[in-house]
Design a protein around this ligand. Structure first.
Ligand SMILES: C[S@@+](CC[C@H](N)C(=O)[O-])C[C@H]1O[C@@H](n2cnc3c(N)ncnc32)[C@H](O)[C@@H]1O
Length: 268
């Protein structure tokens, strides 16, 4: 009931053109450390955020900056709380790939929160007006809604280094053009959530070595597919940043079952 009310209230505020406020962020995340820092909210940044997160009605104000920073950290904390034992067990991975990094919240969060100073982090996304963005289903080459310029600004504002940005369009939108293999490949609200992971799987599979991990946000109707069934994997629930949103699950995949052991107590 409370969730329904929150959902209705958020939608109404958006329709009325009202800026969102911190009260819409789940109480469990409001007072957590702000690892990710939002740069000043310019009209350009508002436009970039709204392409990726059209559910937000932001303005170039401190209130919107504060709200966006809170939601980005809330999302990161929810995922981190679910994955921390697994990520800690990885130590300092040599090479990591993020697929569909958006404006870089997770890249910043992981670089600052984990011992990833020496990690070579590859960020794969592309600029785009989001022409075709199915909620689930097959990937298209018209689904990009990123802004690589804004991404670089956000990363720079957060003072992180040791990353490389890859424009998917330079790679014919194919992941197997990426210079793998990677110790960790992750994708939050992109491959596995907006597009069928099965469709990406052949390309992704080739980027994983014997001790790699893959982590993907999955949608509620996610169904296993042949390539996945052949590998050890777990589904891990996690909390989301907005009070109105119900928990979702992360899919964690490894070739070596032992790498999944740190997750044993976090649910399946
Ligand atoms: C909903 S956003 C998620 C952004 C970020 N991962 C986050 O959780 O905040 C989806 C991202 O996937 C990117 N994307 C779109 N099509 C893609 C594709 N075919 N392959 C990889 N990423 C894609 C979009 O450009 C966008 O940045």
């Amino acid at each position: 009931m409370i969730r329904l009310w929150n959902r209705w209230w958020t939608e109404l505020r958006k329709q009325l053109g009202r800026e969102p406020s911190a009260s819409e962020v789940s109480a469990r995340f409001r007072d957590r450390e702000r690892v990710f820092r939002a740069p000043p909210m310019t009209p350009e940044l508002v436009r970039s955020i709204e392409k990726i997160s059209p559910q937000f009605h932001l303005a170039p104000t401190q209130q919107s900056r504060d709200f966006w920073e809170l939601t980005q950290n809330g999302s990161c904390w929810g995922e981190f709380d679910a994955l921390e034992p697994l990520l800690r067990a990885l130590g300092t991975p040599a090479k990591v790939l993020e697929v569909g990094c958006g404006l870089g919240r997770s890249a910043v969060f992981f670089k600052k929160k984990l011992p990833w100073g020496e990690t070579d982090l590859h960020l794969y996304d592309s600029d785009g007006p989001r022409i075709h963005y199915p909620r689930t289903g097959e990937r298209t080459d018209r689904s990009f809604c990123g802004d690589l310029g804004a991404l670089r600004q956000v990363l720079e504002f957060n003072g992180i280094d040791g990353y490389r940005v890859f424009d998917a369009r330079d790679l014919d939108c194919r992941l197997d053009e990426m210079p793998g293999p990677y110790d960790l490949v992750y994708s939050f609200y992109a491959a596995g959530f907006h597009w069928s992971l099965a469709d990406f799987w052949k390309e992704l599979d080739g980027l994983l070595h014997e001790r790699s991990l893959g982590v993907f946000t999955i949608h509620r109707n996610f169904e296993e597919f042949d390539g996945l069934r052949a590998l050890p994997h777990r589904m891990v629930p996690f909390e989301r940043s907005l009070a109105k949103d119900r928990p979702l699950r992360l899919l964690v995949v490894a070739r070596d079952e032992r790498l999944l052991e740190p997750l044993i107590d976090s649910g399946d």
